[in-house]
Write a protein that binds this ligand. Structure first.
Ligand SMILES: NC(=O)C1=CN([C@@H]2O[C@H](COP(=O)(O)OP(=O)(O)OC[C@H]3O[C@@H](n4cnc5c(N)ncnc54)[C@H](OP(=O)(O)O)[C@@H]3O)[C@@H](O)[C@H]2O)C=CC1
Ligand SMILES: O=C(O)[C@@H]1CCC=N1
Length: 267
């Protein structure tokens, strides 16, 4: 039987995880409680869609749950953790927030609290998140089993160090947005060539899907690119424009800027 889980925060990422759990558990989420700051319409929507239970104030239920998932913005963590510090009785605390590792959680919570950090992405909704995770110093086998249950419900996962999650947040957490921007731009361009939005979206989505299937064969991206790029042919001209425009360098800069912000180094 699934452990009781309280989500604090009911935004986009919380919904993606809940949707993944819902798919995996055949809709049985009677032990899942959700809460947020003040958007009760949002909670009602999630209750209707995923058959979870809503709570107006997470403090009222905290001692009836075994696991707490913090799906709130990074800057809300100190406030919530300080309140939680006075109330928890050894629940397993998991955050999904960028920049908030186990070291941060342990600083705010009572000694020996079991904590973990996961960095999922929104593909959790369809069971295809690539999630990074790590543990604090007081996690036992039962907590690792809980974590595996959560991770398996939303896709693939990779255990790494806390520092690695800081370095890879841009890659598994944020880069889906970079990819969607690429797709948006290609669709816009296709439309500008005179094709309807609907057809443009279908052509581009299937092209991306096919390319991902090719990647999944294990061939190197460079090899796959070379197969497309006929020497002296048309694709080479397009690649030349991208390279001259600094495409690769720009992506690297985007990754570094994302990680810097995630670590709170912009403030
Ligand atoms: N979106 C993504 O792809 C990913 C996000 N994350 C992490 O997930 C976390 C949430 O992001 P995301 O879902 O995108 O954000 P959203 O803005 O969609 O959701 C934030 C949620 O947090 C709630 N909230 C904010 N402050 C409080 C508070 N003090 N007490 C209780 N609830 C609060 C909000 O409630 P209300 O609406 O009532 O204010 C809302 O439900 C972030 O820490 C982010 O770093 C990690 C990986 C990927
Ligand atoms: O944009 C953000 O801050 C979060 C972190 C990773 C993906 N989304």
């Amino acid at each position: 039987m699934m452990q009781s889980i309280l989500f604090i925060g009911a935004g986009r990422m919380a919904e993606s995880i809940i949707a993944g759990l819902y798919r995996k558990n055949g809709g049985n989420l009677e032990n899942v409680f959700i809460s947020n700051r003040n958007d009760s319409n949002r909670l009602e929507f999630l209750v209707e869609k995923y058959e979870v239970k809503m709570v107006a104030d997470w403090k009222e239920i905290i001692n009836e749950v075994e696991v707490i998932v913090l799906a709130i913005p990074p800057d809300q963590h100190p406030i919530i953790l300080e309140q939680m510090n006075l109330l928890i009785t050894n629940q397993f605390i998991v955050t999904i927030a960028a920049g908030i590792g186990p070291t941060f959680l342990e600083t705010y919570l009572p000694e020996k609290t079991p904590v973990a950090w996961m960095m999922p992405n929104t593909a959790a909704e369809v069971g295809h998140s690539m999630t990074l995770f790590t543990y604090g110093n007081h996690v036992k086998v039962q907590h690792e089993q809980t974590m595996e249950f959560l991770l398996n419900a939303i896709g693939h996962s990779h255990y790494c160090s806390e520092n690695d999650i800081h370095l890879l947040t841009a890659i598994t957490g944020s880069a889906p947005a970079f990819l969607y921007l690429f797709v948006e731009a290609i669709i816009d361009t296709t439309e500008q060539l005179g094709v309807s939005r609907k057809v443009a979206s279908e052509l581009v989505s299937e092209m991306v899907y096919g390319s991902i299937e090719m990647l999944k064969t294990g061939q190197e991206p460079q090899e796959l690119r070379s197969q497309v790029t006929t020497p002296g042919g048309a694709t080479a001209e397009g690649i030349k424009v991208l390279k001259e425009g600094g495409f690769e360098e720009l992506l690297k800069k985007a990754v570094l800027a994302t990680n810097k912000k995630a670590k709170g180094e912009n403030e």
